[in-house]
Ligand binder design. Structure first.
Ligand code: KPL
Length: 298
């Protein structure tokens, strides 16, 4: 198999986890850091149960001379466009760009701005949170799906990805997978962020359990109307499965709120609300979550 060189843009929890996975699978893996970063190598530490793995990976910034042929983007949804624009001069003409980012609609935005890029989408339910920069805890094993709208066959570079995580598959219906992840994030992320709890508490506390139920019903109705009936039919067991599988995790939105950072709520519940509005479906539970996250005390 041809060795592929991957660059990882966005070395947060998921970026660090996949950078380690790519390195371990035999890919030359380089972190792309902000333009003011000085380090040429960075230690990436991943704690999993009682073990800690550490690797030193090369790091570049937009000011370096580099050719990027395969780019994994794991930034926040609201940073994708600006972060890619910042390194656009380093990207090969038909650079493969794999977006492993929460939310939907971002691949289209990238393709509109840079039509020559070869953009793919991915979604993961791996649970990971940051302990310090590039030092993370892998708190829950999940599944990663990769695909491109309308593309049935996996490209050659995907062969390597089966070794990057334990559970990675090519999905010929990636839009449904992205929607399914969006639906899960609409429920788990704002609730854990507002209640300051780990994912698992959503299944333990009865008041939170009934909020999960009500949200599942609302999101399922919108999903069905949006053409994702299979997602709607299995939403409750899917959400329960992700809560159980990532029980010990602090959701990405909880991590953002705890650090006083911008959240991805506009790309998650905000996107769902836009679709609901276009379809004429009321979504009071989602609207209330969006407003409460926007209006939360700093
Ligand atoms: O995607 C996640 C997130 O936190 O953004 C889940 C799957 C809910 C794991 O926490």
């Amino acid at each position: 198999m041809l060795e592929t060189r991957w660059h990882v843009l966005g070395a947060g929890a998921i970026g660090s986890l996949f950078a380690l996975g790519l390195h371990r699978s035999g890919c030359t893996t380089t972190l792309v850091m902000r333009s003011d970063a000085k380090a040429r190598f960075l230690a990436v530490k991943v704690e999993r149960e009682a073990h800690c793995s550490e690797v030193r990976l090369p790091a570049i910034t937009s000011q370096d001379r580099a050719h990027i042929s395969h780019l994994l983007v794991t930034t926040k949804a609201y940073d994708v466009q600006t972060a890619v624009a910042g390194i656009a001069h380093l990207l090969d003409e038909h650079c493969v760009v794999l977006l492993l980012v929460n939310g939907m609609g971002l691949a289209r935005q990238l393709n509109d701005a840079w039509p020559h890029l070869d953009v793919y989408c991915g979604t993961t339910t791996e649970g990971a949170y940051t302990l310090a920069p590039q030092h993370i805890r892998h708190a829950g094993r999940g599944e990663t799906r990769i695909g491109r709208s309308g593309q049935g066959e996996a490209p050659a570079w995907f062969g390597q990805w089966k070794q990057v995580t334990d559970n990675c598959l090519w999905d010929s219906d990636i839009d449904a997978a992205l929607w399914s992840k969006l639906a899960v994030n609409c429920i788990i992320n704002p609730l854990t962020a507002l209640h300051g709890c780990r994912n698992g508490e959503l299944a333990e506390n009865s008041a939170l359990k009934s909020q999960v139920e009500a949200l599942c019903d609302e999101v399922a109705t919108i999903s069905r109307a949006a053409g994702f009936a299979a997602v709607a039919d299995t939403l409750k067991p899917t959400v329960c499965g992700v809560i159980a599988g990532t029980a010990d995790n602090r959701s990405s939105m909880l991590q953002d709120v705890s650090r006083g950072r911008q959240t991805e709520i506009d790309y998650i519940n905000g996107y769902l609300l836009q679709v609901a509005e276009q379809l004429g479906i009321p979504a009071p539970h989602n609207r209330s979550l969006l407003e409460r996250i926007h209006n939360r005390a700093p």
